[in-house]
Write a protein that binds this ligand. Structure first.
Ligand SMILES: CC(C)(COP(=O)(O)OP(=O)(O)OC[C@H]1O[C@@H](n2cnc3c(N)ncnc32)[C@H](O)[C@@H]1OP(=O)(O)O)[C@@H](O)C(=O)NCCC(=O)NCCS
Length: 273
């Protein structure tokens, strides 16, 4: 690991936009520390696409900040071809960020990533609803901000101008669309906080909103079928049911609620943090 004096030098030189041997060393040693599969500095230099992508981003970001946007995009796209990791040159990336495996990772233009973040393969740090606005959202912050020490599990999606607090862990496959408080574990689609400051904050098992919505629809369908079968005036040939056969009273037992907690509404309107 680099010494505090060395870290100061790294910070000073990084603000000048220079890729130095110290930043290289810091990133290599960070990977050696974080990944039990890594055996030597040479192996990291030769075989870690996450390392290559971060180094290429330092070059593309250097060009981007000097207004050389097209050369910056070219460097970024060349790195994408070589590593499978797409980092927009405009993204701000902190120190000791480790992209493990990396294939399929996408980091959008206005993303901010803090220090000591770990990102696994298939993660998207993308624009949320702003993506639909096209050029109207150019220059606006539309990608997430990740605090220090965040871990983003494989295949997770974090979308929109949201803040994921320090030391948050996002489970594989989660979709996070809203701010996440620091020191939390987020799980599911849409993402929900299940741990905060090491304490479980929900007694439920990990919610499966899709399954709940399907179960609710199945229950309602079964009740309707039951009511239709019990109706003496039902024209079973055509399945046409005279509307007068149903009064609101017949429906009151069904789990149709109008308070926004119906599982189908929760699923259709989104839920989460
Ligand atoms: C999400 C994560 C950060 C949480 O780590 P942790 O805090 O050490 O805790 P755990 O792994 O014990 O998981 C905490 C809870 O989240 C649940 N959980 C973890 N990952 C989950 C997922 N992808 N989907 C649903 N639930 C998940 C666990 O079942 C556990 O629930 P419980 O407390 O009710 O038993 C961790 O599971 C992780 O790093 N995942 C990503 C790993 C990854 O991407 N690996 C790819 C390597 S190639």
């Amino acid at each position: 690991m680099t010494t505090p004096k060395g870290q100061q030098r790294v910070a000073k030189e990084e603000t000048k936009g220079q890729v130095t041997s110290l930043t290289l060393l810091e990133n290599i040693d960070n990977i050696l520390e974080k990944d039990p599969a890594a055996r030597s500095r040479l192996e990291v230099i030769l075989c870690y696409p996450g390392f290559h992508a971060i180094m290429a981003h330092k070059v593309s970001n250097f060009l981007w900040r000097r207004g050389l946007t097209t050369p910056a995009r070219c460097v970024s796209q060349a790195a994408r071809v070589l590593t499978g990791i797409e980092i927009h040159p405009g993204a701000t990336i902190g120190r000791r960020v480790f992209i493990d495996h990396g294939m399929g990772v996408v980091v959008g233009e206005t993303t901010i990533i803090g220090d000591d973040v770990v990102i696994y393969q298939g993660v998207t740090l993308g624009a949320g609803a702003a993506a639909r606005m096209g050029s109207a959202s150019r220059g606006k912050k539309r990608h997430p901000t990740l605090g220090n020490g965040v871990v983003v599990g494989s295949g997770a999606e974090i979308q929109g101008d949201i803040v994921v607090g320090d030391n948050v862990r996002v489970a594989s496959g989660s979709i996070v669309l809203k701010d996440v408080p620091p020191n939390s574990v987020v799980v599911g689609v849409p993402g929900r906080v299940i741990y905060r400051d090491g304490v479980k904050v929900t007694s439920e098992s990990v919610p499966d909103i899709e399954a709940e919505a399907i179960k609710s629809l199945k229950r309602r369908l079964e009740k309707l079928e039951h009511m239709l079968a019990a109706s003496p005036d039902l024209n079973k040939e055509s399945f046409e049911v005279p509307s007068e056969d149903f009064s609101t009273g017949d429906l009151k037992d069904m789990d149709v609620v109008d308070d926004g907690t119906d599982p189908v509404d929760v699923f259709l309107h989104g839920a989460g943090i």
